[in-house]
Design a protein around this ligand. Structure first.
Ligand code: UT7
Length: 330
């Protein structure tokens, strides 16, 4: 197996989730649902919910501080802060600007990028491009969400799925160690926007109008999204493997977007990756959208579930639709 020499290396990771745990049994008291249905259909047992005084930027900042510590770097070392989120603190300024201020990252440019659940793969791909081009040496890439604020807590078909949290990665210019980002792949299909969306506060539906028309919350056509997610994530896995002359057997660990255990299982079946290689934490955190992959990546590194020398494949899918994959030599 001969892989491309990476130009971008993973220097550190960190994640932060709110303390409050909302279990399936708690949800049974809120809507007409039950633990068995949720576990069988999604694999979720519990999720974290932010208290009302917690902001997305605060979750992101806490995750970033842990990633900086892991990388043994200071805030002033960061050249660029990129945040994937659909639940930023405000329409503008960007959540990245709030994080820049909280960290004291005085040398960093800062911006948000919106690719829903694929947000972290998108920001990491942009980080890789900035580093390859020489425009940045150290990039802080974050996925952070407080989805509980845009969920309709009366809609059982969506409110049981989502959770809050943030995950951060520090990407830096690689030496010739062979470690780092081998390849990335990004796609979109804007024909299917209405299958998974939240209109509140956008220019199509300014907030007051959105509330009047009751379109301010996450809306999802679950079954259609499910089918698209399996199709797109399988395509993203197979494409990046083929581009790099690899098969599923060469991958040590697959970290898929943590939306639903059945989507993950169907994706590994279609791509012929051993299901024992799949990292899963959807049972504890639910679907945290852009935060899902970086939380899983940071948690897996911290627990030793992934280690130096392993080839790790990240794959995600989200509203838009957007999807992608990233091949990482640890
Ligand atoms: O982050 C990326 C995007 N999101 C996703 O990837 C999510 C993709 N979709 C899914 O994961 C699944 O479609 C869901 C988990 C959302 C739903 O599972 P499903 O197997 O597709 O269920 P369904 O929507 O076909 O609903 C089956 C039944 C319906 O009842 P009837 O019509 O058969 O009587 C629903 O009303 O389950 C009912 N139902 C529930 N029952 C108990 C829907 N939600 C619930 C619930 N508790 N929370």
């Amino acid at each position: 197996m001969s892989l491309k020499m990476p130009e971008t290396v993973l220097l550190g990771t960190g994640y932060e989730v709110p303390e409050k745990i909302l279990t399936n049994h708690d949800l049974e008291k809120m809507v007409d649902t039950n633990d068995q249905w949720i576990q069988e259909r999604t694999g979720i047992k519990e999720r974290r919910i932010a208290s009302s005084d917690l902001t997305t930027s605060e979750l992101c900042t806490r995750a970033a501080r842990k990633a900086l510590q892991d990388a043994n770097l200071q805030p002033e070392d960061i050249d660029l802060i990129l945040i994937g989120t659909v639940t930023g603190d405000a329409l503008f300024p960007s959540t990245a600007c709030y994080v820049q201020e909280k960290l004291g990252a005085c040398n960093a440019a800062a911006m948000d990028l919106q690719a829903a659940c694929a947000g972290f793969l998108y920001v990491s791909t942009v980080a890789d491009a900035f580093i390859i081009s020489g425009k940045a040496k150290v990039v802080l890439a974050i996925g952070g969400e407080i989805l509980s604020r845009i969920v309709d807590w009366n809609d059982r078909s969506t409110c049981v799925l989502f959770g809050d949290g943030a995950g951060a990665a520090i990407w830096g210019a690689a030496n010739d160690s062979g470690k780092g980002i081998i390849d990335t792949y990004m796609k979109s299909d804007g024909r299917l926007t209405e299958l998974l969306c939240s209109y509140g506060g956008g220019t199509n539906y300014p907030m007051q109008e959105a509330i009047e028309k009751n379109v301010q919350f996450i809306q999802m056509q679950g079954q259609e999204v499910f089918k698209s997610a399996v199709r797109a994530m399988s395509e993203a896995v197979l494409t990046i493997l083929k581009k790099n002359d690899l098969t599923g057997d060469d991958i040590d660990v697959l970290i898929p977007h943590q939306a639903n255990i059945r989507i993950m299982n169907a994706t590994v079946r279609k791509t012929k990756i051993d299901e024992n290689k799949v990292y899963v934490n959807v049972d504890r955190f639910g679907n945290t959208s852009a935060a899902s992959i970086p939380i899983a990546l940071a948690e897996a590194r911290q627990s030793g579930a992934i280690k130096a020398g392993q080839l790790v494949l990240l794959v995600s899918f989200g509203g838009g639709f957007t999807w992608g994959s990233l091949l990482l030599q640890l």
